[in-house]
Structure formats: structure tokens, C-alpha cells
Design a protein around this ligand. Structure first.
Ligand SMILES: Cc1cc2nc3c(=O)[nH]c(=O)nc-3n(C[C@H](O)[C@H](O)[C@H](O)COP(=O)(O)O)c2cc1C
Length: 316
């Protein structure tokens, strides 16, 4: 998620779940190939399994970008066919590509030819006045025919005119039954469902209904301990739940190393504000970190102070 799932965020999320597949922010193929912005590929070895998400619509450029991602060691290269922002439409990529399945197939074929790691696609069920019942199966089968086997489907349309990107994550109605029917129709494909899923119970129900995977975006970011902290035992049937405190403590050596190389505390702690969501003292935790972490010289002592405020808060 742009501006959210940077490498600090992914490191935090990896402290909470050893198994969940994490995704980078979208990186455009143009930035990598034409702009030479290879720093956008930086990540830490602790983040695995981690997928690089690319945005673009030029098969040659996407193939080059995918090769750079594979060389950097990403476990999966994912193509964004779901993002509705204006900037993205202007460059003809993201959700607008739902209208150009043949081009998407060319892109995926070129990417697959360039790398050994799996190339996957994240898409919507359609855009604007498209009929998802017709468009989505056509889209999936064309991509299957060029060898793409794994998709994440955001179970709502993107309306490309008149809605902001934020509104496009909430206003077009969700259609889980349609996505579940796609799994019945394409049993050979690995299909994950996305959109509006906020709890592991909901995720498990969708897995029980036949989905191969569930992608959780905003809820995992805003309440990472509840969603990711319990994912290993609850969803993957392996490992122990990780508490918010344990994750906060596990971040300390990472933060110390970040500070030692000139990084700022808030660059990491901004992703930790939701760690104690729903717990007594969560507000103090957020306040101490959001007010103090940008101050010059802010360091681990502030994190200790915030942790003390939240763990010492009386349980009501
Ligand atoms: C701040 C923000 C940035 C996002 N950036 C991306 C992105 O770069 N690529 C992408 O495929 N989806 C992006 N999304 C969409 C999410 O991946 C997801 O599809 C959407 O939020 C619906 O899932 P959720 O209800 O679990 O959050 C973004 C969402 C948010 C809130």
C-alpha cells in the first residue's frame, strides 16, 4: 500500500507473523527502468516472504522491472491492475487495464519470460460500467492462458470517473459471491480475495468457502496485532500468537540500527501507532509516539515511555 507498506512497516509486520505474505508499495516500472530508482527495491532479508508490486503497462519495461525485482530476491512479482488514482490512469496502468486484458496478458507473458519467480496479478472485478460477470472470467482466462496462476481480486469495481482513490476503496459495493464463483469456475487458479476483510474469523470463513488466500490491507495496518499477531496459529496452524508488546520489543534493535545510520524514529514508529488498538492505554501510546517521535534526538527512550504508558494502563 502506497506510503504505508514501506520496509519499516514490513519489518514490523514480519515480527507479528512469520507466514503471511507481505507486499511492497507499488513501484512503477518506469521509475525502475527509466528513472534508475533502484533504491525503491531495497528491503531486508528478514522480510521474506515478500512480493514486489509493479505498476506499468509496457511489456518490455515491465519485463525489465520484473527482472530487477527477481535479481533483488523478491519471492513474487505482482502486477497492479487495481489502483484507480488519476496519476495511474494517466500513465495507463492500474485499474484502467481491466479494460485492456490483451495488453495485460502481453505484460504478464513478457514478465514471466524474464523471471523464474512467480508473476501474479492483483485486479478488481471490473471498472465503470463493465459487467463483472462477463469481464472477470474473460480476464482470468486470458491471463491463465499466458501462464498466470495466482491472482488477488479486490472484490469491488473501481469507478474511474468521479471517485477519489480513497472512495474507490469503500463506495463501490463488495461482491464476495462473484469472487467465490470465480474460484469454482477456475479451480486450477490460486485465487485470493481482498476488500473489507477486518478479522481473522472473516478471513477463515472465506478460506472455508473455498478461497485459496485472503489479502487484508487496511485492517492489518491499523490493527496489526489482532490481524497479523494471531495469523500464524489461527490461519496457518503453526507458531504462536505474537503480542503487541513482544512486537514492540522486537522492533527495538531494528530501530537502534536505523537511528545509528541517521534515520529518524518517526519513520519507523509511524507504522506502530496501531499496535495497541483496542487496548487500555492505546491512546497514550499513540499520543506519546506521534507527538514525540519527530522531535530532534528522539530515540528508544520515547518508545520505552510509550510502552510503559500502555502496559501500565489499568485494565478496566
Ligand atoms: C493507503 C493505501 C495505499 C494503497 N496502495 C495500494 C497499492 O500500492 N497497490 C495495490 O494493489 N493496492 C493498494 N491499496 C489498496 C489495498 O491493497 C486494498 O486493495 C484495499 O485497501 C482494499 O482492501 P482492505 O479493505 O483490506 O484495505 C492501497 C490502500 C490504501 C489504504
Amino acid at each position: 500500500m502506497m506510503d504505508w507498506t514501506d520496509r519499516h512497516c514490513r519489518f514490523l509486520h514480519r515480527q507479528l507473523s512469520r507466514r503471511a505474505l507481505l507486499y511492497t508499495e507499488m513501484v512503477t516500472s518506469a521509475a525502475l527502468v527509466r528513472g534508475g530508482a533502484l533504491h525503491l527495491l531495497d528491503y531486508g532479508p528478514e522480510e521474506h516472504p515478500v512480493a514486489l508490486q509493479l505498476g506499468g503497462s509496457d511489456p518490455v519495461e515491465l519485463a525489465e522491472a520484473a527482472a530487477l525485482g527477481a535479481e533483488a530476491g523478491y519471492d513474487e512479482i505482482n502486477l497492479n491492475v487495481g489502483c484507480p488514482s488519476d496519476r495511474v490512469q494517466a500513465g495507463c496502468f492500474g485499474a484502467v487495464l481491466m479494460e485492456r486484458p490483451a495488453l495485460v496478458a502481453d505484460c504478464v507473458a513478457a514478465m514471466r519470460a524474464a523471471v523464474r519467480v512467480e508473476v501474479t496479478v492483483k485486479c478488481r472485478i471490473g471498472v465503470d460500467d463493465q459487467d463483472p460477470e462477463a469481464v472477470l472470467p474473460d480476464f482470468l482466462s486470458r491471463l491463465r492462458d499466458v501462464g498466470c496462476e495466482k491472482f488477488t481480486i479486490h472484490a469491488r469495481k473501481a469507478w474511474l470517473q468521479g471517485l477519489s482513490p480513497k472512495e474507490n476503496r469503500d463506495i463501490p459495493p463488495l461482491d464476495y459471491p462473484l469472487v467465490l464463483r470465480m474460484k469454482e469456475r477456475f479451480p486450477e487458479l490460486h485465487l485470493s480475495i481482498n476488500g473489507g476483510i477486518t478479522t481473522l474469523e472473516q478471513a477463515q470463513a472465506l478460506l472455508d468457502a473455498g478461497m485459496d488466500g485472503v489479502m487484508i490491507g487496511r485492517a492489518a495496518y491499523h490493527d496489526p496485532a489482532s490481524v497479523l499477531g494471531a495469523a500464524d496459529p489461527v490461519i496457518f496452524g503453526a507458531g504462536q500468537a505474537v503480542s503487541a508488546e513482544a512486537a514492540a520489543r522486537a522492533m527495538m534493535p531494528y530501530i537502534a540500527a536505523h537511528l545509528a545510520t541517521g534515520g529518524k524514529l518517526h519513520q519507523v514508529t509511524r507504522h506502530m501507532l496501531g499496535l495497541f488498538t483496542g487496548r487500555p492505554g492505546a491512546r497514550s501510546w499513540r499520543r506519546i509516539l506521534s507527538e514525540g517521535a519527530s522531535r530532534p534526538g528522539a530515540g528508544l527512550a520515547l518508545l520505552e515511555e510509550a510502552l510503559e504508558a500502555v502496559t501500565g494502563a489499568p485494565v478496566t
